[in-house]
Design a protein around this ligand. Structure first.
Ligand code: 13P
Ligand code: SF4
Length: 308
């Protein structure tokens, strides 16, 4: 079967089952093409809260599908590949964070959305990479604990010196692996290109950027720019999507190794098999009890209330 034939079967099946497909921008091209909603983690959270369908099929990683379930608890939510987790989401111990909160009750706990639902229950507000700066700035509280990504948290801290931001050691293994050497090599190969980077990269790498911001921030920057060449310092799929969108401009991944293995676990056959298996227990459904949803979604609601 060709990719196009499988995509057509998926499109037919999603209509028959009244399923909306959400795909994060780090998903492969052939998956993004059959999705009803695509974008970064903030956009997909908002989309999930407004969807009019019986089922949501998430192509991304576990915490994203969990967020969709919390925002649409009445719907069945499925993750296309049940093994796709985000290592960063598992990095912080819930009890340890609860203890810091007990010791410093005036410190607002800001959680990157890349966290488990269980950890979200002890956090005050969520942020995504596109909203972190805006939300931390908008908080009344001066004292913040930002978890789990110390690179994203440090990027916010540098821009908000008036806040007392405490960081813990955590982060994205894929983005944090990019080195200054990788960037210098790419810049030497493409001297006319601008370097756009995700703030999950280490500070020395971000310091070399012409622009730093979230996945959607990088895509918007390209849209508004009149430049022809860009080195992209985030997951390689973003370079690929941008190349399709702007065929006459050039996009170079900062290194071909900046691949999120978890995001790339999902395949088109996974999407098809999930649609086939939704009613016979063979698909990976996100199941959460009502109390966990109620406790964990408070900080997501707070993020949405503060305007993302
Ligand atoms: P965005 O918030 O830019 O979607 O990023 C999510 C993510 O997992 C980045 O590694
Ligand atoms: Fe998690 Fe990093 Fe993959 Fe994003 S790119 S899902 S933070 S491991």
């Amino acid at each position: 079967m060709t990719i196009r034939e499988l995509q057509d079967k998926i499109i037919k099946l999603k209509k028959e089952t009244n399923t909306a497909i959400l795909a994060h921008s780090y998903q492969a091209r052939e998956i993004v093409e059959i999705a009803d909603y695509t974008g970064d983690s903030y956009k997909l959270s908002v989309d999930a809260s407004k969807i009019d369908a019986d089922n949501i099929l998430f192509c991304g990683v576990h915490f994203m599908a969990e967020t969709a379930k919390m925002l649409s608890p009445e719907k069945r939510v499925f993750l296309a590949n049940g093994n796709a987790g985000c290592p960063m989401a598992e990095q912080m111990d819930r009890d340890y964070i609860a203890k810091i909160k007990e010791q410093e009750p005036d410190r607002t706990v800001v959680a990157y959305i890349n966290t488990t639902a269980s950890l979200k229950t002890v956090c005050d507000v969520c942020v995504t990479s596109s909203s972190a700066l805006r939300i931390v700035q908008a908080l009344d509280s001066k004292k913040i604990l930002f978890i789990p990504d110390c690179n994203l948290g440090g990027w916010v801290k540098n821009q908000l010196p008036e806040k007392d931001i405490m960081l813990l050691k955590g982060g994205c293994p894929a983005h944090a692996a990019i080195t200054v050497n990788d960037v210098m090599k790419a810049k030497n190969e493409h001297p006319d290109a601008l370097f756009l980077v995700h703030p999950e990269c280490v500070p020395d790498v971000v310091a070399l950027a012409d622009y730093s911001g979230s996945t959607s921030g990088i895509m918007d920057y390209v849209k508004k720019s009149d430049r022809a060449e860009f080195i992209i310092g985030t997951e390689t799929s973003i370079s690929e999507h941008l190349q399709y969108e702007y065929p006459y401009r050039k996009f170079y991944p900062v290194t071909k190794d900046l691949v999120c293995k978890n995001m790339k676990l999902t395949t088109l056959p996974d999407v098809y098999n999930t649609l086939l298996g939704m009613d016979n227990g063979e698909a990976f459904e996100i199941l959460m009890d009502d109390k966990l949803i109620a406790d964990a979604r408070k900080c997501i609601d707070e993020m949405i209330r503060l305007g993302g």
